[in-house]
Design a protein. Structure first.
Length: 115
């Protein structure tokens, strides 16, 4: 759950990386005034990648499910339409929930960074 967020401290003069305890830049020697400029390096985290995979999976399942449904002779046309609506609503709901989860986690991470 806890993906480490990489925070690197960068010299505003020469962009050398600094330790939080540095008072002068080890590369150019400039005095570091007040709060250091903080640069965030954040790649797509595992949950973003997995959410994307899940969303694609839901869509593929829905498409294949509907394809199979309409090819099948086991259902009447009325039943096929009913299942088509069910599958579409179900898929839309799953995609919506996935999207909500992404938004929620993104908010959590931004809160974490603001501290
Ligand atoms: Zn420097």
């Amino acid at each position: 759950m806890c993906e480490p967020i990489v925070l690197s401290l960068i010299c505003s003069q020469c962009s050398a990386s600094l330790k939080p305890t540095d008072e002068h830049c080890p590369q150019c020697g400039i005095a570091i005034p007040g709060p250091l400029s903080v640069q965030t390096e954040r790649a797509d985290t595992w949950w973003q990648q997995r959410s994307n995979v899940l969303a694609v999976l839901f869509l593929v399942l829905a498409v294949f499910g509907l394809f199979w449904l309409w090819k099948s002779d086991a259902f009447s046309t009325k039943a096929k339409w009913m299942w088509t609506v069910v599958v579409i609503v179900y898929t839309a709901l799953l995609l919506w929930l996935t999207w909500l989860a992404i938004l929620y986690l993104a908010t959590q991470i931004e809160t974490l960074q603001a501290i």
